[in-house]
Design a binder for this molecule. Structure first.
Ligand code: NDP
Length: 246
């Protein structure tokens, strides 16, 4: 399918995990892709090579999402490199876990900077480049809806903030033809949450389908939301969680 032919997409944290799968899928659907990374330069380069081998343009930019100047510069550079910006996927995220009393101020600030402030700032920078048909898609979490495990209040708080941002931006940007949506993955087999991890079997058991997702299964929904097929879908939160929150 070439639903995204002629579009330019920016994916934060696109060097590995869900972000890499999104970058590859959007390119397969015809988009040129810019992805950001913080530490995974080699893996980001690998994703870029893979996309280029498929015939699309791709670039990886180092940009720490916690650094507002670096993040907004990456958004502007993405638009400058390929002449436009149609799709922003706010994917980069951190996953703090620990007892309430042990959460340090630096970790609290860093989590809010990466998981909340960055999606807001990237969206703010992106809409300066977007025209009608623009797409902002953020990655939340099933844990924002169902806080089934202890010691995840900070993560859950950070991801649930995206619900308000998504609704508010959908309202504001709807008249400009830009849609804004939120995807809540369930347990997905990545470095952050490997399906072979010590608690994986118990986690998989909390889904209706009894297994982890692979990153490409999350990417498929993001490709739909990015496409013209989803032009009447905005302000919504979509759970791609195997029934974890059912
Ligand atoms: P991974 O830990 O596997 O990958 C995290 C990605 O985010 C990496 O590409 C990493 O880049 C990037 N990243 C982290 N911090 C920064 C930063 N400060 N600046 C730029 N990039 C950064 O995570 P997943 O792929 O599993 O998660 C992707 C998203 O999906 C996250 O928002 C996560 O919260 C969410 N999610 C994941 C679930 C799961 O089960 N896997 C479930 C629900 C939600 P680099 O390697 O370059 O540092």
């Amino acid at each position: 399918m070439n639903r995204l032919e002629g579009n330019v997409a920016l994916i934060t944290g696109g060097g590995r995990g869900i972000g890499a799968a999104v970058a590859v899928r959007l390119a397969e659907e015809g988009a040129d892709v810019v992805l950001t990374y913080e530490n995974s330069a080699d893996r980001a380069a690998g994703v870029v090579e893979h996309i280029k081998a498929g015939g699309r343009r791709a670039v990886a930019l180092r940009a720490d999402s916690a650094n507002p100047a670096a993040l907004t510069a990456a958004v502007d550079e993405a638009a400058a490199l390929f002449g436009r910006l149609d799709i922003l996927v706010n994917n980069a995220g951190v996953f703090p876990v620990g007892p309430l009393e042990e959460v340090e101020l630096a970790e609290l600030d860093r989590t809010l900077a990466v998981n909340v402030r960055a999606p807001f700032l990237a969206s703010q920078a992106a809409v300066r480049h977007m025209g009608r048909g623009g797409r902002i898609i953020s990655i939340g979490s099933n844990i924002a809806q169902r806080a089934v495990f202890p010691e995840m209040a900070l993560y859950s708080m950070s991801k649930s903030a995206l619900t308000g941002m998504t609704k508010g931006l959908a309202r504001e940007l709807g008249p400009r033809g830009i849609t804004v949506n939120l995807v809540h993955p369930g347990p997905t087999n990545t470095d952050a949450n490997p399906s072979t991890g010590p608690h994986a079997q118990a986690i998989a058991g909390l889904t209706a389908v009894g297994r982890y997702a692979e990153p490409h299964e999350i990417a498929a929904t993001i490709a739909h939301l990015a496409s013209p097929d989803a032009q009447y879908t905005t302000g919504t939160s979509l759970h791609v969680d195997g029934g974890f929150t059912a």
